[in-house]
Design a protein around this ligand. Structure first.
Ligand code: UDP
Length: 347
């Protein structure tokens, strides 16, 4: 395989993006990060540089800005694109649908138009298991499970982006597409230099939980106690973000080796489900503290139980998750404490 491959990573300062940049560098590739920090923090770039002990290439550009992005494509000859840059909060997308459709669709369109213009043949798209909605018969979803009507504008943007990519591959371009449908990424880099950095009050379980453990938030509410699951709380497939990052490296390597034009879809999860209470109990064990939590009402739009059939990721990309849920929670907790200490030190 070609040495010194340049990979455009849009949203590379974000949570999954930054962990992927680390693993791309570890595998000998040269990521070029494009991010405008609207939902991320420049200190994450510093954290990446600490981990890899080198400078990373970084452009502060809005991915929706076609002309600014064209300049980036003119400067580097990309071998592949990983497109992360998008809004991702389900609740906010219900409040601000136009903002979500505008940003998530336009950023993809800009990347794709430039991929076509500059003949970049390998395109990896950051998709989500949200496209499956509430699974009808079994909680285990394969890539063949039906894509159901999205229950939020956020989910709809992921479906629409997948459709745009599929149509593009059918139109006679030379672009090979891999859609990775992620389950629930959690955790942080083992070093504690990078991790999830929600702006404002977190929506997702893990940052809410670690911030409660750290005393920043008062109490975690478990949304619903009467679901049809073993302990009454919802079940998800929680995957360590560094395993997810590895999946992107494997995905890029796989794309590079393929001939022809296609639009592939692969689930990226552990294949195991865990309930909200299991997460809380694991956290209490790992952090050796009692978490302040209570049961509350169900959250609108929550799926009861879903986890991945991850066998295609293994057979096609030779990828499986290596880290445990406990590893992920320990790393998330380590990150939470390290980040708080450093931000307090800095002020
Ligand atoms: N959850 C919870 N309290 C919170 C945040 C999340 O009980 O403060 C639950 C939520 O109902 C779901 C699970 O944690 O069952 C994962 O939610 P998250 O928002 O992290 O991811 P989602 O699966 O919704 O994308």
């Amino acid at each position: 395989m070609k040495q010194n491959m340049h990979i455009l990573v849009t949203g590379g300062a974000g949570y999954i993006g930054s962990h992927t940049v680390v693993e791309l560098i570890n595998s000998g590739k040269i990521p070029v990060i494009v991010d405008d920090f609207r939902n991320s923090d420049p200190r994450i770039i510093k954290g990446v540089e600490e981990i890899v002990q080198q400078k990373v290439i970084f452009k502060k550009v809005d991915v929706c800005d076609l002309n600014a992005m064209r300049k980036v494509f003119e400067e580097y000859s990309f071998d592949g694109i990983i497109h992360f840059a998008a809004y991702k909060a389900v609740g906010e997308s219900v409040q601000e649908p136009l903002m979500y459709y505008n940003n998530n669709l336009n950023s993809l369109l800009v990347c794709l138009m430039l991929a076509k213009e500059f003949e970049v043949k390998n395109f990896l798209f950051s998709s989500s298991c949200t496209v499956y909605g509430e699974p009808e018969s079994s909680p285990v979803v394969t890539e063949e499970s039906p894509v159901l009507e999205a229950n939020s504008p956020y989910g709809a943007t992921k479906q629409m982006c997948e459709r745009i990519l599929a149509d593009t591959t059918k139109s006679g371009t030379n672009i090979k597409v891999l859609n990775l449908r992620y389950f629930n990424p959690i955790g942080a880099h083992h070093s504690g230099f990078i991790g999830e950095l929600p702006i404002g009050r977190p929506n997702n379980l893990l940052p809410y939980l670690t911030q409660t453990g750290a005393g920043i938030l008062e109490e975690l509410t478990v949304f619903g106690s009467d679901y049809n699951t073993d302990d009454g709380t919802c079940v998800r497939d929680y995957i360590h973000v560094s395993d997810l990052a590895d999946a992107h490296v494997k995905g890029v390597d796989w794309l590079m080796k393929q001939e022809g034009v296609f639009n592939e879809v692969v689930n990226i999860g552990t294949g195991h489900g865990a309930s909200v209470l299991e997460i809380i109990h694991t956290f209490e064990k790992v952090a050796n503290l009692k978490l302040n939590w209570k049961f509350g009402e169900r959250r609108a739009g929550d799926v009861e139980k879903i986890y991945a059939d991850a066998s295609k990721a293994k057979s096609l990309l030779n990828w499986t998750a290596n880290r445990t849920m406990e590893d992920a929670i320990r790393d998330a907790w380590n990150w939470e404490q390290k980040w708080r200490n450093e931000t307090t030190d800095n002020h």
